[in-house]
Design a protein around this ligand. Structure first.
Ligand code: ADP
Length: 488
C-alpha cells in the first residue's frame, strides 16, 4: 500500500493546532503497519531557518497558476525517530515569510492564501509523480489540500500515473473551509463549469473544502460523534447538505495521541516524571507550575486551559461566569493565543486576581506539557470539538477533564454521573447544553469531588489507565484504504 499524506502543518516542523499533531503521528503509525507512506508539506520559513536536518533534492517542478508559471523545488527530511520521508515544497514567494496562514500575532489571513495552497495542491501531485511512487491513496487534510481530489478527477484524470489512485479527504475542523472570491477560479486552472452549487461554488465563493468533499473517493473526520454532527444544520457550517449526500462515504475515526511525546512517565519537559502507580511527581509538577506562574503554593484545585483563543473553545462561557468562579477556592492557568479581544479580557483577569489567575498569551510547547502535568483539572467547554487532543493528553497526565459533551469530547469523556468511579469507566465531568450555568455547575461538581482525595485519585487513575493511542486510529485508516483499493 503506497500512500501520499498531504498536510499544511506537520509536528514538529510547523504547528498551529491538532492537525499538525495528527499529521506528525499517523504516518508513523501507518508505516509500522507496513504502509509505504510519505508526507508532503510546504517549506515555511521557520522550517528553513530551523536546525532540522533537511537535504535539498534535485526535483524541480513548474505549475501554471492563472496565467503565470510558478516553479518549486523540494527538500527532504524525516519524521523524528522514524523512516517516514517528509518532502517539503519550497517556493520563496509563497512560504518564505513568518507564519503559516497569517503573520504571527496578526489574526488576518494572508491575502494570497488561495494561491499559496493552489500551488501546494498542484505541486504535490507533480512531486509525487517525479518521485515515481505511484500512490494507491492520496490522503488530504483540511481545506488547504481540498483541491487535490478535484485535480485528480479533472486535470490529472488523464495521467496514467494516477490511474488507480484514490483520494481520502479528512476534515479536522469543518469551520475552516478555505472560501475565496470567485475570481480565484482563474488561478486554479479548473473549468468554470465546476463553479456550481453542487461542486465548488458556495454562496458565490470558491470553497476548497467543499471541492474536497465532493470529489474525494472517501471522507473521514476525527470522531464518530462529529461525523454525525456535521450532517446537521447546527454543526454543518453550511456544508451539512453536501455531507449528507455523501453520508455513505463518510467515516469517523477518532484521533489518538502519540505516547512517545505525551507521557508523564517519560516527558522531558516536566520537572518530575510520574505514572498511575506513583503520583508523587504530579504534586511536584503542580508546585513547579505554581512557582513558574507566581501563584501561591496551595492545595486548592488548579485548573488548566491550553487553547486557541477563539469562540469555538467555549471561552465566552468562562468569561460569563468568571466572577463566580473567582469566589471559589481555585487557581487557573491559561495558555493560549488568538482573538485579541480574549487577550485583553484574560490580561485584565490576571491583573485583577493575581493570586488566582495566571496567563501566558503565546504558543509554547514546553508550557503546554507543564500545564498538563501540573494542573488538577483541565477545562475544555468547547462549542464544538471535532476530536480534541488536550482532553486525551489530560487523561494520560491524571488531569481530570471538565468538558462540554460534543464531538470527540462526547466520545472520550465519561462523566462520574454516567458511571461510578470505582468501575473504571468514569474519567471526568461533562455537560450537554451550551450554557454558562451548566458549565459553572459542572466545575462546582469537580471542585467538590476534588476534596474527596480517594475518589479523586481513583478518577485520575481511571483516565491514566485508558488507552487512546494512535495505533487504533492507524488500523482504522488502513482498513479503509484497503477497502477502497479492493473496490478499484
Ligand atoms: P485545535 O486543533 O482545535 O486547536 P486540539 O485540542 O485538537 O485543538 O489540539 C490543539 C493542540 O495545540 C494541542 O496539541 C495543544 O496542546 C496545542 N496548543 C494549543 N494552543 C497552544 C499554545 N498556546 N501553546 C502550546 N500548545 C498549544
Amino acid at each position: 500500500m503506497n500512500v501520499a499524506y498531504l498536510s499544511s502543518e506537520v509536528a514538529p516542523f510547523a504547528k498551529t493546532g491538532g492537525l499538525a499533531d495528527m499529521a506528525g503521528a499517523i504516518p508513523r503509525n501507518l508505516q509500522k503497519l507496513g504502509v509505504k507512506i510519505m508526507v508532503l508539506m510546504p517549506l515555511y520559513r521557520s522550517i528553513k531557518e530551523s536546525a532540522c536536518p533537511l537535504v535539498k533534492t534535485d526535483i524541480r517542478f513548474e505549475v501554471r497558476i492563472g496565467n503565470k508559471i510558478k516553479s518549486g523545488s523540494v527538500y527532504k527530511g524525516f519524521l523524528p525517530d522514524s523512516q517516514v520521508s517528509v518532502y517539503f515544497i519550497d517556493n520563496e514567494q509563497y512560504y518564505g515569510r513568518d507564519g503559516l496562514y497569517n503573520y504571527p500575532g496578526i489574526p488576518k489571513d494572508f491575502e494570497d492564501n488561495s494561491e499559496r495552497f493552489i500551488f501546494f495542491s498542484l505541486g504535490v501531485l507533480e512531486v509525487v509523480e517525479r518521485l515515481r511512487l505511484r500512490p494507491d491513496i492520496v490522503h488530504c487534510n483540511d481545506w488547504q489540500t481540498g483541491l487535490v481530489p478535484v485535480y485528480l478527477k479533472t486535470r490529472y484524470a488523464g495521467r496514467s500515473f494516477f490511474e488507480n489512485t484514490k483520494s481520502v479527504m479528512t476534515i479536522h475542523n469543518l469551520a475552516y473551509q478555505g472560501c475565496f472570491w470567485h475570481w480565484d477560479m482563474k488561478l486554479t486552472g479548473l473549468d468554470w463549469s465546476l463553479f456550481n452549487a453542487k461542486q465548488l461554488e458556495f454562496y458565490g465563493k470558491l470553497n476548497f473544502l467543499k471541492g474536497g468533499i465532493v470529489f474525494s473517493d472517501l471522507i473521514t473526520t476525527v470522531s464518530k460523534t462529529y461525523a454525525a454532527e456535521i450532517q446537521t444544520p447546527e454543526y454543518g457550517v453550511g456544508l451539512d447538505g453536501v455531507l449528507r449526500e455523501r453520508a455513505g462515504d463518510l467515516y469517523g475515526i477518532m484521533n489518538g495521541i502519540d505516547y512517545a511525546l505525551w507521557n508523564p512517565e517519560t516527558d522531558k519537559f516536566i520537572c518530575a516524571n510520574y505514572g498511575s502507580k506513583n503520583l508523587r511527581g504530579k504534586q511536584l509538577c503542580k508546585k513547579a507550575l505554581q512557582k513558574k506562574y507566581n501563584l501561591p503554593k496551595r492545595d486548592c484545585p488548579l485548573i488548566g486551559m491550553i487553547t486557541r483563543l477563539t469562540d469555538q473553545k467555549g471561552l465566552d462561557l468562562v468569561v460569563d461566569k468568571f466572577q463566580d468562579l473567582m469566589k471559589m477556592d481555585i487557581q487557573l492557568v491559561l495558555l493560549g493565543t488568538g482573538d485579541p479581544w480574549y487577550h485583553e479580557v484574560f490580561k485584565r483577569y490576571a491583573r485583577t486576581y493575581p493570586a488566582k489567575v495566571a496567563i501566558q498569551l503565546s504558543f509554547d510547547e514546553r508550557s503546554a506539557h507543564e500545564i498538563e502535568a501540573g494542573a488538577d483539572i483541565f477545562l475544555m467547554p468547547s462549542r464544538y470539538e471535532p476530536c480534541g487532543l488536550n482532553q486525551l493528553y489530560s487523561l494520560k497526565y491524571g488531569t481530570v477533564p471538565v468538558v462540554r459533551s460534543t464531538g470527540g469530547l462526547a466520545d472520550t469523556i465519561t462523566d462520574v454521573r454516567q458511571a461510578p468511579v470505582k468501575q473504571g469507566r468514569a474519567n471526568g465531568f461533562s455537560f450537554k447544553n451550551y450554557n454558562a450555568d451548566l458549565l459553572f455547575a459542572t466545575i462546582v461538581r469537580a471542585v467538590d469531588l476534588f476534596k474527596d482525595k480517594t475518589q479523586w485519585k481513583n478518577l485520575m487513575i481511571n483516565g491514566m489507565s485508558q488507552d487512546w493511542s494512535l495505533e487504533k486510529s492507524a488500523k482504522e485508516y488502513l482498513a479503509l484504504y484497503e477497502k477502497m483499493v479492493k473496490k478499484g
